[in-house]
Design a protein. Structure first.
Ligand code: EPZ
Length: 419
């Protein structure tokens, strides 16, 4: 089992190029099922979630290939599968937003319940309600969902919660549904706008992504297209927080500062210097981080839940007390007991963590239990005094490609043990 060996305590310095966004590439790959010609997605991160999604597309009859630097090509022109393989669907929760593309293209889809994961229950009721609003007949039986989209048509639908996945699923289903669809209370994450750009590049007619109301005019077919996904704001934010925690000065290239302002505002509140350039940014920090009094995760443009764990690591070494509220997922504090092994002083009550900053975290043997909590432990270990071992690196590698190489390029003393 791969683990990190980290010799912490020194400041960071250097430059890194941010990968393309996992949470854009996954829906874009799902959407490629709808194209009746080849799709090319450039510069994709070869992370486990992307590789699993390629496995699912392959299982649906798509011809999938990629170049050495992971320009991905998907040709769904002869695809025909409409059942998501249960084992892969369980492994990759976000495969549920293949329902929309399969219904759009083939008017039928079957899937096992994706189930929860280590950060919460992860229900799909909003996906199913929205599809029913589009007149999809859905039967939920033993362990699975069967969707009949032969009568699917555009409609008005409202999301109880601005769910990213449900917004994306409905945009894709509606793209090939006859008539006009209006999705209200849609999620506004930048990855939604990226999906809109991609669908329109394929000949779709989608507008409003990035606002609460997305409008889609169904078209008869979607063509192949070439597309480059947007930068990964969560990888960028994780590296920014690593520098805020360890101190030093780093430059990140191929970033979009506009998508990072919820974090930039918080970092500046804590005295960290952030300077935005054209497609790049610089982070500069020295000494003990100043505590942020509080932080609440919110749908975009609020503070992203995916940066809550790395942000909590920063607060654990701050000069005060920070109250962090996780509003999106039920159990997203799994990294806290591991941080406590590093000397952190944190109390968790339900969805609230009270973080009393300590002068310095100390190296320890800790274990990642899920993706973002694992990244939070890695950056804490880089700042901690002494040596740490971070187990469960496979969780981190689901969403960060060669994370240890990026951190090493920024001056961290980190090695990977095991295979
Ligand atoms: C996407 O997950 C991201 N994943 C998550 O990133 C991210 O944390 C999340 O959006 C929120 O930003 C991908 O894009 C692949 P949601 P998603 O539906 O779509 C509730 C990471 O670390 N909800 O926006 O599954 C849900 O329980 C991952 O990269 C329902 O109640 O998230 C949660 O409380 C983790 N019913 C809230 O909505 C539903 O049918 C937001 O979830 C769907 C969601």
């Amino acid at each position: 089992m791969r683990k990190y060996l980290i010799d912490g305590g020194g400041p960071l310095s250097g430059a890194a190029t941010v990968a393309k966004a996992k949470n854009a590439v996954l829906p874009l790959l799902a959407a490629s099922v709808m194209a009746d010609g080849p799709v090319a997605l450039r510069k994709c991160p070869p992370i486990a979630d992307v590789v699993n999604m390629l496995g699912i597309l392959n299982g649906l009859g798509c011809r999938v290939s990629h170049s050495p630097d992971f320009d991905i090509r998907v040709d769904a022109s002869n695809a025909g599968g409409t059942e998501l393989p249960a084992d892969l669907a369980r492994e990759l929760r976000s495969s549920i937003f293949l329902l929309g593309p399969l219904l759009g293209r083939f008017k039928t889809a079957r899937a096992a319940y994706p189930g929860g994961c280590d950060i919460g229950f992860r229900p799909i009721d909003l996906h199913l309600k929205g599809l029913r609003d589009l007149n999809v007949k859905i039967t939920e039986g033993y362990g699975g969902i069967v969707c009949d989209g032969r009568e699917m048509r555009g409609a008005e639908t409202m999301l109880e919660v601005p769910s990213v996945g449900a917004t994306e699923n409905l945009m894709m289903a509606a793209a090939l549904a006859p008539g006009r669809t209006v999705i209200r209370n849609a999620a506004k994450e930048p990855e939604i706008a990226d999906l809109q750009r991609f669908l329109n590049a394929m000949g779709g007619r989608v507008a409003g992504a990035g606002s609460s109301t997305v409008k889609i005019e169904g078209v008869a077919k979607l063509n192949g297209a070439e597309f480059t996904p947007l930068p990964d704001r969560i990888e960028a934010g994780t590296l920014m927080l690593a520098c805020a925690l360890a101190g030093g000065r780093i430059v990140l290239n191929e970033v979009n500062c506009e998508h990072l302002f919820p974090l930039i505002a918080k970092l500046r509140e804590g005295g960290v210097g952030v300077v935005c350039g054209e497609g790049s940014l610089t982070v500069e920090a020295a000494g003990r981080p100043s505590a942020c009094v509080g932080m609440e995760t919110q749908p975009y443009p609020g503070f992203p839940t995916d940066l809550q764990a790395p942000f909590l690591s920063l607060q654990a070494a701050s000069d005060g007390v920070c109250v962090i509220r996780e509003n999106l997922f039920e159990t997203r504090f799994k990294h806290v007991p591991e941080l406590i092994k590093m000397g952190a002083d944190i109390t968790v009550r339900d969805r609230t963590a009270i973080v009393r900053g300590v002068k310095s975290l100390r190296g320890a043997q800790v274990a990642a239990r899920e993706l973002r909590g694992g990244a939070a432990l890695a950056i804490a270990a880089i700042a901690a005094k002494g040596t740490s071992v971070v187990e469960g690196v496979r969780h981190i590698e689901r969403g960060y490609y060669k994370f240890e190489e990026k951190l090493r390029a920024l001056g961290a003393k980190i090695d990977v043990l095991g295979n």
